[in-house]
Design a protein. Structure first.
Length: 175
């Protein structure tokens, strides 16, 4: 199973159909309003959020912008039946949208986009389900030496330690 994906649309039939069609290959959750989506993202970590543009109360651009503010690692995709140029520009500039798709979206294009979004969420070399390094975890990121330079894992780093006379002397220690 891959990382969870949240679909947000006020059309219950659409999100239910998406869940049925994609559940074999993806971990799918659905929300039928922007407020339900915000609550879901606050409660659980999602790799991707795919949102409709036109929803009552809060549009998809506003929703994805708010999600970006408290879950910046979540990849955001906008799916809309009304794709005008201004909406696309706003979506990219305000919500940092990964992809902008039009309804009806062919399933092949949707799955290709979901796979690309998961690859964006999951840095190269990370296996599905391996979330080390996300949300403040340890591992997955290169270590730095005392000067702030990146260094290969397992390589020694020079640290300064005070010897018995109060004089600093370099000593090689693996960090």
């Amino acid at each position: 199973m891959t990382e969870p994906i949240l679909f947000v649309d006020d059309d219950v039939n659409l999100v239910s159909a998406l869940q049925r069609n994609l559940r074999k290959d993806y971990g799918i959750a659905i929300a039928t309003s922007a407020s339900d989506a915000l609550e879901a993202v606050r409660d659980d970590a999602y790799a991707l959020v795919v949102s409709d543009l036109q929803m009552p109360g809060m549009n998809g651009i506003e929703l994805l912008t708010r999600i970006k503010d408290f879950s910046p690692e979540t990849v955001r995709i906008l799916l809309t039946g009304r794709a005008d140029l201004e909406a696309a520009i706003d979506a990219v500039n305000e919500g940092c949208i990964f992809r902008f798709l039009r309804k009806p979206c062919p399933q092949g294009l949707l799955t290709k986009t979901l796979d690309a979004g998961l690859a964006q969420y999951r840095p190269t070399g990370r296996a599905p389900g391996d979330t080390r390094g996300h949300r403040g975890g340890i591992g997955g990121y290169p270590k730095r030496d005392p000067a702030g330079r990146f260094r290969p894992r397992g390589s020694p780093s020079v640290v300064h330690a005070k010897a018995r006379g109060g004089i600093e002397s370099p000593r090689s220690v693996a960090i």
